[in-house]
Write a protein that binds this ligand. Structure first.
Ligand code: NZQ
Ligand code: ZN
Length: 391
């Protein structure tokens, strides 16, 4: 196992009705002027926003609102939020929603103290040194941003979708997680979220670091549990216990618990980000297309971990041919994503009939370098082969 540090200071407040405590929690973390951030209206329709405002009013907290964050959040909304923040001068950010809303709020939190263009953080020109504190009310288990120190934003001009990783600054102070809030999710968003959290585990599982049994077994156990609970949730979206298990899984999948002391991969995510940046597809759905293709390629070039996944999670029996077993694992995962979650597993099913693979691949390597390191080194020829496996 490699050396590591793990800093995860978030207070998770989990369960029914927990959003009613939001005012009190904000107070505990020193908030007096709050910027609420939310998306395209689901929190208004469900009545959640009203409940949150009531709680903030009761705690005598002042707030302003930034609404209209879109999935695959963009720089223009961050600029709008920064303008509002400079006027209102919040001392606390309160995103109410999923990864897109949280990441927008995190970026405003960091950009607030920076005089230059916040995009400098995303293109490596500058590092944030300070950020407003953040508290989260989560409405969709997927991106794991409620427990991560990361944010992902798309630049509308260059179509670059990139991440910022600053655990010390960007991990939320608290995350309120009420599984009941996720019952209004459309099946598509539920399934995309489940795919995303499985991918977050797989990106960590695909590692060449030896002797990482804890991480491996945690990941395998999580994947098995998620697959069981996912079947229940897809059958009955009102199943509270299954929703609760899925919600907590989304956090653990991405708060680094499964990746401590080991090399990680993240190349599937990089390949997907190119797809969602260009075609604005749902991140988890893009991963459902990329991941089986990535595992298929890995079966040929580095089958060990894929075969282990096949045996321990996907029910494949050892045949003596590790590459064939790994490939069978990739096929089973693909079938499960399609048959159980109803996810697309090709570009056409994703609604992208004629993907410009050259464009995706060129942008990918412009951002990530000629050879992307990870579970396998991937040059432009390799990533093109993976993109072609998605056709
Ligand atoms: O905008 P509203 O109307 O709220 O609707 C949202 C949105 O359309 C809807 N929704 C959320 N909660 C709902 C609901 N609809 C009904 N009932 C509810 N309770 O769901 C849609 C998707 O929301 P979004 O925030 O985009 O989902 P997600 O959490 O999947 O976030 C995706 C973004 O996170 C990034 C992705 O790339 C993508 O941009 N990621 C962020 C990461 C991080 N910060 O650590 C890591 C991930 O790998 C990922 O890259
Ligand atoms: Zn993801």
């Amino acid at each position: 196992m490699n050396n590591f540090t793990f800093y995860s200071p978030t207070e998770f407040v989990f369960g029914k009705d927990t959003e009613k405590n939001v005012g009190e929690l904000c107070q505990q973390y020193g908030a007096s002027r709050i910027m609420i951030v939310y998306g395209g209206g689901s929190v208004v329709r469900s009545g959640l926003l009203d409940r949150i405002k009531k709680s903030l009013d009761e705690a005598k907290l002042v707030y302003c609102e930034l609404s209209g964050v879109q999935p695959n959040p963009v720089d223009t909304k961050v600029y709008e939020g920064l303008e509002l923040a400079r006027e209102f001068k919040p001392d606390f950010m309160l995103p109410v929603g999923g990864g897109s809303v949280i990441d927008t709020a995190k970026t405003i939190a960091a950009g607030f103290y920076y005089e230059g263009d916040f995009w400098d953080f995303y293109c490596g020109k500058a590092k944030p040194v300070n950020a407003l504190p953040i508290g989260v009310v989560l409405t969709i288990p997927a991106a794991g941003s409620e427990g991560s120190g990361n944010a992902v934003i798309t630049n509308t001009k260059s179509h670059v979708k990139n991440g910022l990783r600053m655990p010390k600054l960007l991990r939320p102070k608290f995350a309120i997680m009420n599984p009941e809030l996720t019952m209004t999710l459309p099946a598509w968003q539920t399934a995309s979220g489940i795919t995303d959290m499985m991918a977050h585990i797989l990106e960590r599982y695909l590692s060449n670091t030896p002797d990482v049994q804890i991480g491996d077994r945690l990941a395998e156990g999580m994947l098995l549990a998620i697959m069981e609970e996912a079947e229940k949730v897809m059958r009955n979206p009102q199943d509270y216990e299954a929703r609760a298990n899925i919600m907590w899984s989304g956090t653990i999948a991405h708060n680094d618990t499964c990746s401590l002391g080991r090399q990680e991969d993240w190349n599937s995510h990089a390949m997907e980000h190119e797809i969602s940046a260009e075609y604005n597809v749902t991140h988890g759905a893009g991963l459902a297309v990329i991941f089986p293709a990535f595992l298929t390629y890995a079966s040929k070039h580095n089958p060990a971990k894929v075969a282990q996944l096949a045996y321990r999670v996907l029910g494949v029996t050892e045949s003596g041919d590790i590459a064939a077993d790994a490939l069978e694992g990739a096929k089973r995962l693909k079938a499960w994503l399609h048959d159980v979650l109803g996810m697309p597993v090709s570009f056409a099913q994703l609604g992208v009939d004629n993907p410009d693979l050259e464009l995706l691949n060129t942008r990918l390597h412009r951002l990530k370098g000629d050879v992307m390191q990870g579970y396998m080194p991937l040059d432009a020829e390799a990533t093109m082969e993976i993109y072609k496996l998605c056709l």
